[in-house]
Write a protein that binds this ligand. Structure first.
Ligand SMILES: [Fe+2]
Length: 464
């Protein structure tokens, strides 16, 4: 039998007890909350009396068995003269252990234990058997039907020791079961905690994503505002930049570039000619061969000036290299560094194409078809052949907007998707929307908002 005593933080567990005298014990310091929990459970389990049912059709044997435990306050003995009576006791009392004789006149011990196993699997089962039946008792143990056997006739001390061991086994099983239950509850709580923490992290991550999205939108708006300012200062430069951005977006999509790379190239398209801000308007309307030497020098320097302007802005520094190289040519004849082939960054190779196409149409007055033919002819000389092929495919497919047919409409009849060929100006002559942009819903809202300051019936050139 297992006993337990608590004393000033020490748990003393007596593992064997005989004649109210401890003969073997173990102890440990209750240093942890778990130790206390274990100790209280152990104490609770031990406070209950062990209930034993003896079943034997020999009345004298039952009396002898009862007498073995008569002075033990921790054990309550039940007896039954046969299997049927034993089952009735099990129905009414919460028995921990049944001990039955093997040979009985009506129901045999094996039959009785089989029923007990089916109906009360938690009840521990033992056989009491004579030496001649030991082999059948061992078989029953091996089949898992009984916990142990006791030989008949028995020695009282051996019988007591075996019964105490069995009760200790029951107690330990009960404690383990209860601790497993607690462990299961703890696991469920832990899972809930993990779920809760994961949800919190996801929420925080989404907030960071939203914030990043807001910052990005703000940045895009600033880029757009800067382009508006450039348009006001240098009308042709603003219009050229906006058209090049549109073409560059189409080409990036056609080439299925990754988001980061695409974004970098689009920003480069916005700012590729920033080095020309403040330059004479003739630089935007005349071909390089028609410029005087001073203007020609300025034109040749604009990629380097642009690189320096953007290189000083931390968030735009990553595109400065593209700005520097946007006039490099695939065969190495470009400026400022004479780079060739893959020495030129992909972004610069793309902007060289889109910017040249826009200059062919708007500076040199070529039709879309003529510009495509020139690009095809110059592919591998001025342009990356793979990029040029993709660009020509887009141009051949596109019909509306920037590449649509020309007509004129009143300002109050503008529709989203129309490409503006003329500026929209306020009544006092100040420019309101520069040419070269594609009309958007937002722009129409802006026109409606300032309608009193605009000549709404004034016609502007569009492509659609
Ligand atoms: Fe340029």
């Amino acid at each position: 039998m297992l006993f337990f005593i608590r004393l000033r933080g020490w748990a003393v567990v007596i593992t064997k007890y005989e004649k109210k005298q401890a003969i073997l014990f173990d102890f440990h310091l209750l240093s942890h909350e778990d130790d206390y929990n274990f100790a209280y459970q152990l104490e609770a389990a031990l406070m209950e009396k062990g209930k034993i049912l003896f079943v034997d059709d020999e009345e004298e044997a039952l009396l002898l068995l009862k007498r073995v435990f008569f002075d033990d306050d921790n054990i309550e003995i039940f007896t039954a003269p046969g299997g049927e009576e034993g089952l009735r006791v099990l129905e009414s009392a919460d028995i921990d252990l049944v001990v039955t004789n093997l040979r009985m006149s009506k129901m045999s011990g094996n039959e009785f234990l089989k029923i007990v196993k089916d109906r009360y699997p938690e009840v521990l089962r033992m056989l009491l058997t004579g030496y001649s039946d030991i082999s059948s008792a061992i078989k029953a143990i091996n089949k898992g039907e009984v916990y142990r056997y006791l030989s008949k006739p028995w020695v009282d001390e051996d019988l007591k020791a075996t019964i105490y061991n069995a009760l200790e086994y029951i107690n330990m099983k009960s404690i383990i079961k209860s601790q497993n239950k607690e462990l299961k509850v703890l696991n469920t709580k832990l899972e809930d905690k993990v779920k809760e923490r994961t949800a919190q992290l996801e929420k925080a991550l989404n907030r960071v994503k939203d914030l990043a999205g807001t910052l990005k939108n703000n940045f895009n708006e600033i880029v757009s505002l800067l382009t508006d300012v450039v348009s006001l200062l240098q009308k042709n430069l603003g219009a050229h930049s906006r058209r090049v951005v549109e073409l560059t977006e189409l080409l990036c999509d056609e080439m299925a570039l990754k988001n980061d790379e695409r974004e970098k190239i689009i920003y480069s398209a916005f700012f590729h000619d920033i080095g020309l801000v403040g330059a004479n308007e003739e630089l935007f309307t005349r071909d390089i061969d028609q410029l005087d030497s001073d203007s020609r020098e300025i034109y040749l320097q604009h990629p380097v000036i642009g690189e320096k302007i953007l290189g000083s802005v931390k968030t735009l520094g990553r595109i400065a290299g593209i700005i520097r190289s946007h006039h490099e040519e695939y065969n190495g004849t470009g400026f400022p560094d004479g780079l060739r082939g893959k020495q030129i960054s992909p972004g610069a190779r793309i902007i060289k194409l889109t910017s040249d196409f826009d200059n062919l149409v708007y500076k040199k007055g070529k039709s879309k078809e003529e510009a495509i033919e020139i690009i095809n002819n110059e592919s591998a000389k001025l342009y990356d052949p793979a990029f040029a092929g993709a660009f020509v495919r887009i141009l051949e497919k596109s019909t509306g907007g920037l590449h649509g047919s020309y007509s004129r409409v009143a300002v109050n009849n503008l529709k989203p998707g129309m490409h503006l060929e003329d500026d929209i100006s306020l009544k006092n002559g100040l420019m309101f929307v520069p040419s070269g942009v594609t009309v958007t819903k937002k722009m129409i809202q802006k026109i409606n908002k300032f309608s009193s300051m605009l000549q709404l019936d004034y016609e502007v050139g569009i492509r659609f």
